[in-house]
Design a protein around this ligand. Sequence first.
Ligand SMILES: [Zn+2]
Length: 275
Amino acid sequence: MIVDAHTHIFPPEVVADRARFLEGEPFFRAIYADPKARMVTAEGLVAAMDQDGVDISWAMGFPWVREENSRRHNDYLARAVADHSARLRGLACVHPPAAWALAEAARALELGLHGLGELAFYDSDLDLASLAPLAALCAERNRPLLLHTNEPVGHQYPGKAPMTLKALYHLLAAHPRTRFVLAHMGAGLFFFNLLKKEVAGVLANTWLDTAAAPFLYRPRAYALALELLGPDRLLYGSDYPLLGLARYRQELDQAGLSPQELAGIMGGSALALIP
Ligand SMILES: [Zn+2]
């Protein structure tokens, strides 16, 4: 069983004419104004899953600034999940600082979506005040919250936010009942699980995904994440259509993982979060 816990799909009208959706959307513009930044619909994703042998994908939207765009996308995700109920799980997305964010997130979960994600702050540090009610909602409904995180050091690339480990750590500490999935290997925070005090408790409800890791980390990082955070704490996520399965297979084959560890990464651990 292969589960891809990090993919993005867009409504067909956005894929067909992205320029129409750039106005008032600085983050969408920054990442998707470039026509080389690929976007796919649910059907495009399912076709790629068929080709790669992926059984289930977590499909996510985008943190639109404008409410109408967010609603459109969450409605589309709910329809896609209903149309492909054996293949897709959907995470609703909102722009956390928006006044409507909590109501829209709750509405989208009522539509049948399975959690929230990929929540992101692309131009600032994590805003803990606006994330708090969303994290509380996920805890109350027992749904995962998948959060964009990136390394606080290293080379710069599009979509790399000026986030800090301190803010991330405080977020996790403030919401011990929320199951967080930290995208892109969780900013490297898992290293600090080696500390003797406090951190292991704070990270007890935290998972990581591998999205974009072939661009970022040497393969040894996967084995270290399992060793330091726990054998069930790393989820295969492709960030499709950014990358497909083949590239991850290449890297994971060099990571020195046991068949059991690999099976957990490729699906078993994600199924425990969203059956
Ligand atoms: Zn991301």
